[in-house]
Write a protein that binds this ligand. Structure first.
Ligand code: AMP
Ligand code: MG
Length: 413
């Protein structure tokens, strides 16, 4: 049996990044970029007006006063997107709209609210300084400037920047295809009515959702019966996957054959049994060179094991730099006793109570209690050597859903 930390180190050491693919920027939000983006142009490309108003030569406005306003001749009107037709000379102004190019010779804009329009002329009562209300070329981004670093998760702001730079496609890490196989003679597909002794295969679906949640593409391999040859055959079908997950059949029961298949030639088993609860019967190795996680069968255990070991692996494959859940601290609402020698991941709800955050277990914590995962927004993490927690003690949490922490958001009725 190895510690969670050793297991993680083993798993991550062998993690190879996915290849790249070029995709439409419309599909790129949430993906990890696999290139450095350097601006190939200035944004904005040319000096333009930040406001509706009048472009002028700032030096012409120096003497303007409320008591002694100056009158400028309006030589043209420039809309956003059209080219100025004239060069500006002394005592002249051009009526400009927001985004319109500043004509040659002008270096400032007087906002329309500070002017008085009078037929072919405009009255200006206050001086403006050079550059006032002008957006200079390259003010946002300069040609040659690095704007997005490889490894960044693309958010809407990045997508907008790519568009502004004229990039319709972007290079990202491919999504890993993750084969999911559930094992057990007792399992039936969810369409079937389970006869006595049978249960619905729910693990394939919790795993598929977890895979999607961290950017992977689930490949549903269905159910394998508890016999060695069927298991080996179904695993063969996973050859096209980037990662294989199995659930069940990896414990010490008479019909637990996953480890045996991992021991076949051409396959490998790097470890079996991790000092964690739930999730102890977890194995990691490979099938025909494809990494294989042999996850436990119990419905809560399989999800915890995925969270702790598979999720960081899938995120690392996709180039993410933040591969672990956010750590948070809260006060325990109850006293907890635990055996030493195992790291415990208790399913919990954290919420704000008064001015502190309180963590409370989501009821029964057995590895078969799937309901414990339904309400949980966090795991309370108790280290191997911890034997008890007193009510009111501070505990460490891994946050599964930070948005559920916000109890102080205003309600809209
Ligand atoms: P095993 O490790 O194969 O002995 O499975 C442990 C427990 O998890 C047993 O009670 C199984 O019935 C249950 N189990 C195994 N696989 C699944 C599955 N795919 N969906 C729901 N429960 C499962
Ligand atoms: Mg089984």
């Amino acid at each position: 049996m190895i510690s969670v930390e050793r297991a993680l180190a083993t798993i991550l050491a062998g993690c190879r990044p996915m290849e790249f693919e070029k995709i439409d920027i419309l599909d790129a939000a949430g993906r990890v970029i696999g290139e450095d983006v350097i601006a190939q142009r200035d944004i904005p490309a040319v000096p333009n007006s930040a406001k509706d108003g009048y472009a002028v030569r700032s030096s012409d406005t120096k003497e303007a006063k409320a008591r002694k306003p100056l009158e400028f001749r309006v030589i043209e009107t420039i809309a956003a997107g059209s080219l100025p037709q004239k060069r500006m000379n002394k005592g002249q102004a051009a009526r400009v709209m927001t985004g319109a190019m500043i004509p040659k010779g002008a270096d400032a804009v007087v906002i329309r609210e500070d002017t008085e329009e009078k037929g072919k002329t405009v009255i200006i009562k206050t001086p403006v300084s050079r550059g006032a209300e002008v957006r200079f070329a390259g003010e946002d981004v300069k040609k040659g400037e690095p704007v997005i670093k490889t490894g960044s998760v693309l958010r809407p702001g990045h997508i907008g920047m790519l568009a502004a730079l004229g990039r319709a496609f972007v290079t990202v890490y491919q999504k890993p295809r993750v084969a999911i196989l559930s094992t057990g003679d007792e399992l039936v597909e969810l369409e079937a009515d389970p006869s006595p002794g049978k249960i619905v295969n729910s693990n394939s679906y919790s795993l598929a959702a977890q895979v999607r949640d961290c950017g992977g593409i689930p490949m549903m391999l269905g159910i394998a019966h508890d016999n060695r040859s069927e298991l080996a055959e179904k695993f063969q079908a996973a050859g096209r996957a980037d990662v294989v997950l199995s659930s069940g059949g990896v414990s010490v029961g008479d019909y637990d054959f996953v480890k045996d298949v991992m021991a076949d030639s051409g396959n490998a088993m790097h470890f079996w049994k991790v000092a964690m609860r739930p999730g102890k019967p977890t194995a990691f190795g490979s099938i025909n060179g494809v990494p294989l996680f042999g996850l436990p069968g119990n419905p809560a255990a399989v999800m915890v094991s995925f969270e702790q070991l598979v999720r960081p692996y899938l995120l690392k494959m996709q180039g993410h730099s933040r591969i672990f859940r956010q750590i948070f601290k809260a006060v325990s609402a109850q006293s907890i006793r635990k055996e030493t020698g195992f790291k415990h991941f208790l399913r919990a709800v954290v919420q704000k109570e008064g001015d502190r955050y309180v963590a409370r277990m989501t009821g029964e914590q057995g590895s078969g209690i799937l309901k414990s995962m339904v309400a949980a927004n966090a795991f309370i993490v108790l280290d191997e050597n911890v034997s008890s927690v007193k009510k009111g003690d501070e505990v460490v949490l891994q946050m599964l859903d930070e948005t559920m922490l916000r109890t102080d958001v205003p309600r809209f009725e």
